[in-house]
Design a protein around this ligand. Structure first.
Ligand code: ADP
Ligand code: AMP
Length: 221
């Protein structure tokens, strides 16, 4: 099952992708995480990506597309994957379609998660991320048992540089102009599922799981 998670920054894509990955045994491919890992290692890719991430702009298509097609070629993605944060514009969506077609595949389901902009700002400005395992927390909505430490691995929690309000608002503008049109790009396929992301993580997960189960049945897998 090849799944794309669409939605603005802060919609809960990472939170839901982790749960989906556990439930369906599919790898989560998150382009933002790939860039942050490259940056932490100080690679040229990471340093190049940082120039764009720092201002909330999209990393150029040819860089992201090369990274994603390379990653989807790995053995663990053969049985399916969950894309989180890619594609982010029509050029990337077309590149993904071409790549999948070249190996006889396609996207099976697109989950579009919607949340009101002011709620997105609250979620992103309060987000904390584990430096060890990447788990997500929130200062009010998803508080770790011990302040500043990850429940899963004990790692130290940090705030992403691009999660300050000014950059968050730029990222939401970029979403609106570049990424949101993908909803209409995918709609004609008949595989787009719109999910209300404003409920609790459990509620959103229940809705997404139902959609994936229906898609699995439809595909006869
Ligand atoms: P995305 O990957 O779409 O940018 P995240 O999954 O990182 O979004 O979630 C953004 C922030 O909102 C995180 O701090 C996360 O803990 C919190 N969050 C995620 N889902 C919900 C939800 N349903 N209700 C409240 N807060 C949430
Ligand atoms: P995310 O972790 O998904 O919020 O992404 C963080 C940042 O990484 C974005 O603001 C972009 O600068 C960059 N990025 C992640 N995915 C992509 C993508 N598919 N295309 C371009 N830039 C991306």
């Amino acid at each position: 099952m090849n799944i794309v998670l669409l939605g603005p920054p802060g919609a809960g894509k990472g939170t839901q992708a982790e749960r989906m990955s556990d439930r369906h045994g599919l790898p989560r491919v998150a382009t933002g995480d790939i860039f942050r890992a490259a940056l932490a290692e100080g690679t040229p890719l990471g340093l190049e990506a940082k120039r764009f991430m720092d201002t909330g702009k999209l990393v150029p298509d040819e860089i992201v597309e090369g990274i994603v097609t390379g990653r989807l070629g790995d053995a663990d993605c053969r049985g399916g994957f969950i894309l989180d944060g890619f594609p982010r514009n029509t050029h990337q969506a077309e590149a993904l379609d071409r790549y999948l077609a070249s190996r006889g595949g396609e996207i099976d389901v697109i989950i579009s998660i919607a949340v009101e902009p002011e709620e997105l700002v609250r979620r992103l400005t309060g987000r904390r991320v584990c430096g060890g395992c990447g788990a997500n927390y929130h200062v009010s909505f998803n508080v770790p048992s011990r302040e500043g430490a990850c429940d899963a691995c004990g790692g130290e929690l940090y705030q992403r540089d691009d999660d300050n309000e000014g950059i968050v608002r730029s990222r939401l503008d970029v979403y609106k102009s570049s990424t949101e049109p993908l909803i209409e790009y995918y709609r004609p396929l008949g595989r787009l599922v719109s999910v209300d992301g404003s409920g609790s993580p459990d509620e959103v997960f229940t809705e997404i799981s139902g959609a994936i189960d229906a898609a699995t049945e439809r595909e006869g897998r």
